[in-house]
Write a protein that binds this ligand. Structure first.
Ligand SMILES: [Zn+2]
Length: 145
């Protein structure tokens, strides 16, 4: 059987998914995460001068998409890092406080219950502009480089 370049391009995602599963079965890469419960109180906390950071879950979906979730508490008048870009997508789900989210130079304030979605390769940064710690979840999807 011969494949045209077009057939090959069309079949590539399925072939890669199949090779991922085969590799995962051989222990070469991480398999997709099984169902589970992650108890917040049991998760270790990491601290910097302005940030408390709690990794919650990290792994791959059934389609081999990297994802991770962490919770952060950011001190007033601070930012976790300078604005940056990465190929993967990212969401901030604000639990409490007020963040200023800047996406490609455009700043917006978000408060409790709001979500900021960062598309692939868009420059973004966050800053706590409130008077109390800003608590939020971060969900990262895809490559983070
Ligand atoms: Zn980011």
């Amino acid at each position: 059987m011969s494949m045209s370049r077009r057939d090959f391009a069309a079949a590539l995602p399925a072939m890669l998914a199949g090779s991922h599963r085969a590799a995962a079965q051989q222990g070469q890469t991480q398999a997709h995460l099984p169902s589970g419960v992650y108890v917040f109180a049991d998760l270790p906390v990491r601290r910097t001068a302005n940030l408390e950071y709690r990794p919650i879950i990290q792994g791959q979906t059934i389609d081999a998409c990297n994802f991770s979730v962490h919770e952060s508490s950011l001190a007033p008048n601070s930012e976790p890092h300078p604005p940056h870009r990465h190929k993967g997508e990212e969401m901030f789900l604000l639990l409490d406080g007020t963040l200023e989210v800047t996406i490609n130079g455009s700043a917006s304030r978000v408060t409790r219950g709001s979500v900021a979605f960062i598309g692939s390769s868009d420059e973004h940064g966050i800053r706590n502009v409130g008077e109390k710690p800003a608590k939020y979840y971060v969900i990262e999807l895809g490559p983070q480089k």
